[in-house]
Design a binder for this molecule. Structure first.
Ligand code: 5GP
Length: 115
């Protein structure tokens, strides 16, 4: 059993979050420490802890998550100027919450490569 995280608690409604989108598959909410004018996290309601689990999961789970991320980015008005989608995994990727989440970052010119 995966350890409970802050995102489990947000999903359960035990701690508040600034929600921007929700349906039967995903929840999207604003990052508490935004790294861009728009910084939203999209999580699957059916828990996945790490990106590395996707090869063992039904392909539609990853598909729906990224489809919804694109939908949310469009709803947030980011499509015209562009935005970045990020999934951090493990220590080198600096994943800090063990509940898979897609970052949507936009609203300013982002640099590349990342640090
Ligand atoms: P990671 O580093 O794991 O890819 O990203 C985790 C993200 O979750 C960070 O950007 C961090 O600011 C955000 N975060 C951590 N705790 C909370 C919280 O309680 N509420 C919200 N909305 N975001 C959080």
């Amino acid at each position: 059993m995966a350890e409970e995280t802050i995102f489990d608690k947000i999903l359960a409604g035990e701690i508040p979050a600034d929600k921007v989108y929700e349906d039967e598959h995903v929840l999207a909410f604003r990052d508490i420490n935004p790294q861009a004018p728009t910084h939203v996290l999209v999580i699957p309601k059916r828990k996945v802890s790490h990106f590395t689990e996707f090869p063992e999961r039904p392909a539609e789970e990853a598909g729906i998550l990224f489809q919804r991320a694109a939908h949310v980015a469009k709803e947030l008005g980011l499509e015209k100027n562009g935005y970045r989608i990020v999934v951090n995994h493990g220590p080198h990727g600096q994943q800090s919450v063990g509940y898979l989440h897609v970052h949507i970052l936009g609203g300013r010119q982002l640099s590349w490569p990342p640090g």
